[in-house]
Write a protein of this length. Structure first.
Length: 437
């Protein structure tokens, strides 16, 4: 068990030295594997790599990413932001409300976290700065809206989690719905209240879209929202109804995104090539980490890792509640060092058997883990959301302003987590009602 105990410190040391996560996982897995298996270590590690590479559920990941890449270039995103602004622009904090609403809807259509944030950021930053919003509110709103790709189904993270935990993808996606809506509602309520308390001083013409005639607004809303909602319904409905597997549903979504590109006159060889290129790069990164993480966890278990964790829990005298708190804290702390892919790959195989043996509902626990991962995505100093935003932010938007901007939204995510913990039915009721119909 000594080798297992040294694997995580070695992994963190390699990551902090700047070695990519996938290679760090592989190096530690090979070193520990040689200690556990001797000369047959490479054959054992190849078996783990092969099982990860041939996982049918994970084949949905590249297709979901392709769907998001096509939607990003279909023109739907710009029109969706304009529609949200038409209806919400007159409210206090109207542009911020439109940004969160846009993030929620597009997260449901795309399911990819970073892509949603960068896309809405490129549209929202110029508009919100022109309307004289503070940089802190701009940064917090964009980061929070972009992070909704974790909690609003379909979510690539949820698909991976379900695959690793051997849970129904449809149940996980259904379990995320009510908590996701609660989180969006809390975000909108905070922006509305802060807009009332600290109103933005705007000049006439700052938000021109709100002055359009009603019939123009309705026509734009119908032509923009209906295709998006049909796409969302086709993907989620087919998975939850048991009509299609996640991979088949993702293929339907990608085909629908391609149709929207054609209908909006945005499809070209360049757009298609760029979308495929982005999908290949992101998918290769994720699936390489998946394979490396599978090798790492297999070696960790072979060296007595599960026994080590079990003995620690027994020695600490943790009851099921204490176990949940401890596991969620580990997930949060790992988020400071690892990206969400490696985080899920490490914690799910490690914690799921212990969660099941303690009689804890794995779907409820999975929902809380996903909230914690999203919270880690926003939490400084290592927040991926801030790094994504920094790549597109203007020079006058500082790192300090970004950190201050995300703090209220982190607090609201913690409130969501507390509500799920206090009322488990928020995560368990809907899967029992609609999955498989």
């Amino acid at each position: 068990m000594l080798t297992a105990g040294l694997m995580f410190p070695a992994l963190f040391a390699l990551i902090l030295l700047g070695i990519p996560v996938a290679f760090s996982l592989t190096l530690v897995a090979v070193g520990a594997g040689l200690m556990a298996f001797g000369d047959v270590a490479f054959a054992q590690l190849y078996g783990s790599f092969y099982s990860a590479s041939t996982n049918f559920i994970l084949s949905a990941v590249p297709i979901f990413i392709l769907m998001g890449a096509l939607l990003e270039r279909s023109g739907i995103a710009e029109r969706l932001y304009q529609v949200m602004n038409m209806w919400l622009g007159r409210f206090p904090g109207g542009l911020a409300l439109a940004t969160i609403a846009m993030g929620a809807i597009f997260a449901a259509a795309a399911g990819v976290v970073g892509a949603v944030e960068v896309m809405i950021g490129m549209m929202a930053i110029p508009a919100m700065q022109k309307a004289r919003y503070s940089n802190s509110l701009i940064a917090g709103t964009i980061c929070a809206g972009g992070s909704l790709g974790t909690m609003i189904p379909p979510s690539v993270i949820a698909v991976m989690y379900a695959s690793l935990a051997q849970l129904s993808v449809g149940k996980i996606l259904a379990a995320m719905m009510l908590p996701g809506l609660i989180m969006v509602g809390l975000f909108l309520a905070y922006i509305l209240v802060s807009g009332i308390i600290w109103p933005v001083k705007r000049e006439p013409g700052d938000v021109p879209e709100v002055d359009l005639p009603l019939n123009v607004k309705i026509r734009a809303t119908v032509t923009t929202l209906v295709p998006v909602f049909l796409l969302i319904f086709a993907v989620l409905g087919s998975i939850m109804g048991g009509v299609a597997s996640p991979t088949e549903a993702a293929a339907v979504g990608a085909a629908g995104a391609l149709v929207l590109c054609i209908l909006n006159g945005r499809l070209s060889l360049g757009v298609l090539t760029e979308s495929l290129s982005i999908s290949v790069r992101i998918s290769a990164m994720i699936l390489l980490i998946v394979a490396a993480g599978t090798m790492f966890m297999g070696t960790f278990m072979a060296n007595g890792g599960s026994k080590l964790i079990r003995e620690f829990i027994e020695a600490a005298g943790l009851d099921p509640t204490g176990m949940i708190v401890f596991f969620l804290l580990v997930v949060f702390l790992l988020g400071f060092v690892l990206d969400w892919t490696a985080n899920v790959l490490i914690v799910v195989p490690l914690f799921t058997p212990l969660i099941r043996s303690a009689g804890i509902d794995p779907v409820w626990f999975a929902t809380m883990v996903l909230v914690v991962i999203q919270t880690g995505y926003l939490t400084p100093p290592m927040a991926p959301s801030i790094f994504y935003l920094k790549s597109i932010a203007p020079p006058d938007m500082t790192y300090g302003q970004m950190c201050r901007g995300v703090l209220p939204f982190i607090a609201l995510q913690v409130v969501t987590l507390i509500l799920i913990a206090a009322f488990p039915w928020l995560a368990t009721w809907l899967p029992d009602q609609i999955v498989g119909f």
